[in-house]
Design a protein. Structure first.
Length: 220
């Protein structure tokens, strides 16, 4: 089993990996669709979780035939989610300990996310972990969603590291696949929102864990 001595950098997804926030987004998406008189199907959440905010909004308008602009969808999402990120969203169990172990070991830590900075930055500050990260990369910045490795490659580049020197921690099966395409060591993190993909994820990931405390033990 590889340990942190084999890697210089760790790149984390936020929603569902470091942040216990996937339930929030299910509620946000459902409320938004209800505001347009639509019901959210089971296939919707996995279809947009890996997309940027703008791409997700365009998908939503197209998939449901909404007589609205993608920007109006984005504004509703943000209005429903902003307060929760600022005041209610918490870290997943073991997140703070894992970050501290990695920092103490001298590892560089980065973020690769589809979230808008205006949502996650207040949350990270409130949770006291904003100072851990040497690099932040978003799909809005790189221009392609997590089906592609760009967001992870950008984070690694910002840390001055190659993909082979980095672990990517992801709860999304699509994100795991994207990171593998980039040549990263992938640590899959279970989240109940992606439970249906767990078995497939185990086939893609180099390591698959049910909690971040397991990563702390594996990579200590």
């Amino acid at each position: 089993m590889k340990t942190t001595d084999n890697f210089k950098g760790f790149i984390f997804d936020l929603d569902g990996t470091l942040l216990d926030s996937m339930g929030l987004w299910e509620e946000v998406y459902a409320r938004t669709l209800e505001s347009f008189g639509k019901k959210m199907p089971e296939s919707y959440l996995p279809a947009i979780n890996h997309l940027s905010v703008s791409d997700g909004a365009e998908y939503t308008v197209s998939a449901f035939g909404l007589e609205a602009s993608p920007q109006s969808v984005v504004e509703r999402w943000k209005s429903f989610a902003a307060d929760a990120y600022a005041h209610n969203v918490t870290l997943k169990d073991g997140a703070a300990e894992l970050l501290e172990v990695l920092r103490a070991a001298g590892k560089k830590i980065g973020i690769a996310t589809a979230l808008d900075r205006g949502l996650f930055e207040p949350c990270l500050a409130r949770c006291g972990i904003d100072g851990y990260f040497a690099a932040v990369s978003t799909v809005q910045e790189t221009g392609r969603d997590k089906r592609f490795p760009d967001v992870y490659l950008n984070a690694a580049e910002k840390m001055g590291l190659s993909p082979s020197e980095c672990v990517v921690a992801e709860d999304s099966f699509i994100g795991m696949q994207g990171a593998k395409k980039g040549g990263f060591f992938v640590a899959g993190v279970y989240d109940k929102s992606a439970a249906a993909d767990a078995e497939n994820a185990k086939q893609v990931c180099d390591v698959y864990v049910h909690g971040l405390s397991e990563l702390t033990v594996r990579f200590r």
